[in-house]
Write a protein that binds this ligand. Structure first.
Ligand code: GLY
Length: 365
């Protein structure tokens, strides 16, 4: 039997959620790599399109872009050099969801996740089953590994060492000694310097990029999508948070939506997107809701900054009334000695812009 206290707190949450007036404005937010995604999604919202169609069309830009190495075509591969993609979608008005994980050879995995939602009696398809489903619907199969990603993968393999400092993927013991940078140049003579610097950086700092995109239309309808190539150099079959409903993405038409980018393992352990939406249901602002989820991640490490410093994770939240936030564990990441502040993309009808994320902890360059 439900206790009076639990019933009261449940009804207080319902009251807080129903007190939210739906925004009458179109609004799209996304991770920082989503300026173009927000713009395309906004065009679709303005022409009266559905919120899920809008965000999926938006992130398709990243899925096609070889320069976004965290999503779709050109995404960094797993440890075997194979690109494996994950994605999820949620549609607020119909309260439906779909997702795919560990998909090889299909770049538009957000569309595939939407198709799982629309055309199956399931929520999630993985691996070979997801690819067979894609084939049945005529998706094009292609090699998603670009030359630049292949170079980064080879450089990563060459950077590994056994306990004796040896690696079979480097020159033999009998090779003349040389500096790592000269070795790279000799091995990839055609590669531009800039690619080699990029490859070395990615080998040392495996990214967990991803794009999350959330949209609210003038009727107050909300949807979201998250799509990714996941953690670079992961074990084959590793699934991150992006396709996990409640972790990488969650939408509740009564409350709002949330999503995540960054180290998925941390997010899965706090069911981040669901936690954020529940926090908003109970009356928190998007900013408070995201910071609370980040505190739970910090708590999992006993708030030990030395360990927390080794990763980053970002949340995005959009409330039904149009309030929104982007939030990160850290104020920024260090790239070549410089602090790159964490930001997220917003489009509220005029043009896409970047706004700063709120953060839990601050690091210095
Ligand atoms: N957040 C993306 C991943 O960890 O796979």
């Amino acid at each position: 039997m439900i206790s009076r206290r639990r019933w009261m707190s449940g009804s207080a949450a319902l009251a807080a959620a129903s007190a939210l007036q739906a925004s009458s404005k179109n609004l799209v937010i996304s991770s920082a790599n989503g300026l173009r995604a927000c713009a395309r999604a906004m065009e679709i919202l303005k022409s009266g399109g559905d919120t899920l169609d809008a965000v999926v069309a938006g992130v398709s830009i990243n899925e096609e872009d070889p320069e976004d190495d965290s999503v779709g075509y050109g995404g960094l591969p797993n440890e075997d050099g194979v690109v494996e993609l994950d994605a999820s979608v949620m549609h607020g008005p119909t309260r439906r969801a779909g997702s795919v994980a560990s998909v090889r050879g299909i770049k538009h995995v957000s569309k595939l996740a939407k198709l799982v939602m629309e055309q199956t009696d399931h929520i999630m398809l993985v691996g070979e089953g997801a690819v067979r489903f894609a084939r049945a619907y005529g998706f094009k199969e292609e090699n998603l590994l670009t030359e630049k990603s292949r170079l980064a993968w080879l450089v990563w393999k060459r950077s590994l060492r056994d306990a004796a400092g040896h690696n079979n993927w480097t020159d033999g013991l009998d090779a003349p000694p040389s500096k790592p940078s000269a070795e790279l140049k000799r091995m990839f003579p055609e590669a531009p310097e800039e690619w080699l610097a990029y490859a070395w950086d990615r080998a040392c700092n495996p990214p967990t990029g991803t794009i999350n995109c959330l949209a609210l239309n003038a009727k107050g309808e909300i949807s979201g999508v998250t799509t990714t190539s996941g953690l670079a150099w992961k074990l084959a079959g590793r699934v991150g948070d992006s396709p996990i409903i409640g972790a990488g993405l969650y939408v509740d038409q009564d409350v709002g939506a949330a999503g995540s980018t960054g180290r998925g393992e941390e997010n899965i352990r706090v069911a981040g997107a669901h936690t954020i939406v529940e926090n908003m249901r109970h009356g928190m602002t998007p900013k408070e809701a995201c910071l609370d989820a980040l505190k739970r991640i910090s708590r999992n490490y006993g708030d030990d900054l030395d360990r927390l410093r080794k990763f980053d994770i970002n949340f995005y939240a959009l409330r039904k009334d149009g309030l929104y936030a982007g939030a990160s564990l850290w104020n920024g990441g260090i790239r070549q000695g410089r602090l790159m502040p964490r930001q997220f993309a917003v489009h509220d009808g005029d043009k896409s812009r970047l706004e700063p994320c709120v953060f839990l902890y601050e690091r210095k360059a």
